[in-house]
Design a protein around this ligand. Structure first.
Ligand SMILES: [Zn+2]
Length: 145
């Protein structure tokens, strides 16, 4: 067994990834520098997840709306919720992926499963937004008639 090495992946200038060569303090997985990155990046995706979760109920409650029958004002309301929700959800997914890629060299099943759930929800939210935007275009065209 060699000396313990920091678990973080670093990207080389040619795009390859390799494991950090620094030694972590005893009993930890990351060198001092990467530990700070780890904490900060975990914070970033957790914040995005919290912002998204704060809108969960609102998004679920508009989910059953018959978007195709909405007027201008109601449509603007659901569009605002759907777009903000999707923005945070998308950010939560991307920041999580970046984080896991850099810090989890082995696949962590619980983290991977959660990421899959978030991606599924993102797909659903995109489908909803597609309906909202189709309706927006429809109303826009009616205005021109
Ligand atoms: Zn390191």
């Amino acid at each position: 067994m060699g000396k313990p090495r920091c678990w973080a992946q670093v990207t080389l200038s040619d795009g390859r990834q390799k494991q950090c060569t620094k030694a972590p303090p005893a009993g930890t997985h990351y060198c001092v520098e990467h530990h700070q990155f780890y904490v900060r990046r975990t914070d970033t995706y957790k914040k995005a997840t919290l912002e998204m979760e704060a809108l969960d109920d609102a998004f679920v409650s508009i989910g059953d709306t018959h978007v195709e029958g909405l007027g201008q004002e109601d449509l603007a309301y659901v569009a605002e919720i759907a777009r903000t929700y999707l923005e945070w959800l998308d950010r939560a997914v991307k920041k999580r992926e970046e984080h896991h890629q850099q810090f989890f060299t082995q696949v962590d099943h619980a983290h991977r499963d959660y990421l899959e759930i978030l991606k599924y929800r993102r797909d659903q939210a995109f489908k909803y937004l597609y309906r909202v935007e189709s309706r927006e275009m429809e109303l826009f065209d009616e205005d021109w008639d």
